[in-house]
Design a protein around this ligand. Structure first.
Ligand code: AMP
Ligand code: ZN
Length: 113
């Protein structure tokens, strides 16, 4: 995906503050954090949104969750954390390369809105 911001971040064409990387997953600090810890965890394959996950690409999503578990251990997020995925306009998705917000370091309310 030539014009995708997060594909460019994966390729190193746009700088990012890397937190974790393996064959399937890249994770980096959000440029505009909403909590003391705010990491974006993304699949290395361009999947626009949750709506487009299928049996051919779902391995990337499984690997995202393995990575989140690893990152949480690395950062010692024992008090808990929230994982957010916005899908589509009404949910507030602004970057159309599927990503998971891993946010922590504060006590979150529920419901979220
Ligand atoms: P969403 O609104 O769920 O699509 O989330 C997009 C997220 O990407 C927002 O939290 C932005 O702050 C973040 N973001 C946008 N551009 C960058 C960037 N260059 N580096 C890091 N995070 C970014
Ligand atoms: Zn992309």
């Amino acid at each position: 995906m030539e014009d995708c911001l997060f594909c460019k971040i994966i390729k190193g064409e746009i700088p990012s503050s890397k937190v974790f990387e393996n064959e399937y997953v890249y994770a980096f600090n959000d440029i505009n954090p909403v909590a003391p810890v705010h990491i974006l965890v993304i699949p290395k394959e361009h999947i626009c949104c949750a709506d487009k996950v299928d049996e051919k690409n779902s391995i990337y999503i499984a690997k995202v969750f393995e990575a989140i578990s690893q990152i949480a251990k690395n950062l010692d997020l024992k008090e808990g954390y929230r994982i957010v995925n916005n899908c589509g306009e009404n949910a507030g998705q602004t970057v159309f390369h599927m990503h998971f917000h891993l946010i922590a370091g504060t006590n979150f309310g529920w419901p979220p809105c």
